[in-house]
Design a protein around this ligand. Structure first.
Ligand code: NI
Length: 179
């Protein structure tokens, strides 16, 4: 059981650090500062809002919820922001947050997964908290990819030249190429 629990933690870290974050980085490279704050409808989020929102969620649920930091999240500010926040500052904020969260997740003992935590008014196990953060990050990464495609066309994340889709959004060499 400990082996399965450790595998869950390890794979959660890989999805956040080596899949979703690099995909967002590749999207940001293609967007202008203006496009980062473009929204399809006045009540819809821009890519900029979604980056602030992901950083807020990860900090609240992992860095505070599973770590020792106090929770100072101002969630509504994530959606109210209209920019312009320079692209590098925006991206660096998310990168630093995910890297900090990765450090917290690395320190989670597999035996702690069934323990309960109170996070954002929810009574959840440590495992449920990690699962939530990963699925939430995945959902908004998909929205960021869609918004990027709407502004720039195909994001060309996969090399399909030999018939098998091969990711080319990784930022580090040697990472497993499974989707
Ligand atoms: Ni959300």
């Amino acid at each position: 059981m400990t082996e399965v629990a450790q595998s869950f933690i390890d794979h959660s870290r890989r999805l956040l650090m080596d899949h979703y974050l690099p995909q967002i980085e590749r999207c940001l490279e293609r967007l202008s500062d203006e496009e980062i704050w473009w929204r399809a409808h006045p009540e819809c989020n821009s890519v900029g809002n979604l980056l602030l929102h992901l950083a807020g969620n990860v900090r609240q649920w992992v860095i505070s919820g599973l770590g020792v930091a106090s929770d100072r999240r101002q969630r509504q500010q994530e959606f109210d922001a209209r920019g312009p926040i320079p692209r590098d500052a925006l991206l660096n904020g998310l990168q630093r947050t995910v890297e900090e969260a990765d450090g917290v997740l690395a320190s989670v003992s597999p035996r702690r997964l069934p323990e309960r935590r109170q996070i954002q008014g929810c009574d959840v196990t440590v495992m449920e908290a990690i699962y939530h953060v990963v699925e939430h990050f995945s959902m908004h990464t998909g929205q960021i990819i869609l918004l990027t495609k709407m502004r720039t066309g195909d994001v060309a994340f996969y090399d399909v030249s030999d018939g098998t889709p091969r990711p080319r959004w990784h930022r580090k060499a040697g990472i497993d190429s499974q989707e």
